[in-house]
Design a protein around this ligand. Structure first.
Ligand code: MN
Ligand code: MN
Length: 309
């Protein structure tokens, strides 16, 4: 086997990058020639975490070939979220905590999906199962991933396994989850001077649901009014992107990481499916959704059902 490239989804978040680093290091400890790479540059939150623990950002790739045909996927399995040439590659492992969709292989593989809050929670168990100690910097980026995915253990996706893994990783990395976690989440809310057209693609994923092309984007904030004051600009950017990329529905979640509520901006059709899925009423492209923070648990299943009707 040639070098194995390990990577998370496009528009990587802290789990996509942290889990790639975590799995690549575990594979190396088990004797494999594995290397963590990424399908995009780290966002502000991930950069904060990498800097904090003295780690370098993984190299960005767009295709795995010609350097290798051997890959492992973390934090995703759907092909439209993966590397451009995924269909030509041999996937040896998948470690994930999302729904399974659009995934098939020609050869047997190690496939591990658990309904926990973060891929790095599963990886923490895998280190333990293999009796491999987790290096301090790796524990730090993995702890950051759990904090990020679970919004400091407050998201409804959080399980006891996440709580236990974070406590374990935090002790290895010598951080206080609350103090460090609050700084990390705040670092992720820095919109800089980026324009709406850029911001709506920063953390966005595509889904096909009963033939409807859906784009789900999310921005974390500590003050949603910053974004809502520019609602029309954001809606216009979403309309343009939907037109350009062929999305039928484009949702932007503006998630307040302090209250764990979201404002939702929506363009496209069918709006009644979005109303039903989120139990809101969208007016002028906007609705407030109390307690809504998780795409994978609070939107994707409900919207998939609503669009199937
Ligand atoms: Mn992710
Ligand atoms: Mn994740």
């Amino acid at each position: 086997m040639s070098t194995i490239l390990v990577f998370g989804h496009r528009n990587p978040d802290t789990d996509a990058i942290g889990a790639a680093i975590g799995l690549a290091r575990l594979e190396q400890a088990l004797g494999q020639d594995a290397q963590a790479v990424a399908l995009g540059k780290p966002n502000a939150e991930t950069r904060y975490a990498l800097d904090h623990f003295g780690l370098k950002a993984p190299r960005v790739i767009e295709r795995a070939a010609p350097e290798t045909t051997d890959v492992m996927l973390v934090d995703h399995n759907e092909r439209q979220q993966s590397v451009a040439d995924i269909a030509d590659l041999t996937v040896h492992k998948v470690i994930d905590h999302h729904r399974i969709a659009n995934f098939e292989t020609t050869a047997p593989l190690y496939f591990r999906a658990e309904p926990v809050g973060c891929t790095c929670t599963i990886l923490t168990r895998m280190y333990d199962e293999n009796d491999i100690p987790i290096p301090g910097d790796t524990a730090g980026i993995m702890a950051s991933a759990i904090i990020s995915d679970t919004l400091l253990l407050r998201s409804p996706t959080t399980t006891d396994a996440d709580r236990n893994a974070l406590a374990h990783l935090a002790s290895i990395a010598d951080i206080s989850p609350d103090a460090y976690g609050t700084d990390l989440l705040r670092a992720g809310t820095d919109l800089g001077d980026a324009q709406p057209a850029t911001l709506i693609g920063r953390d966005a994923k595509s889904y096909t649901m009963s033939g409807t092309e859906v784009r789900l984007a999310q921005l974390n904030t500590v003050d949603p009014t910053d974004i809502l004051d520019r609602r029309d600009e954001f809606l216009a950017a979403m309309r343009a992107e939907a037109e350009h990329a062929g999305y039928d529905l484009f949702l932007l979640l503006i998630t307040n990481v302090l209250t764990t509520d979201s404002d939702v901006l929506v363009v496209g059709d069918p709006l009644d499916a979005v109303d039903a899925a989120l139990t809101v009423t969208i007016r002028d492209g906007h609705a407030f959704a109390k307690g809504l923070v998780s795409r994978k648990k609070q939107i994707v299943p409900q919207l998939t059902r609503a669009l199937a009707q």
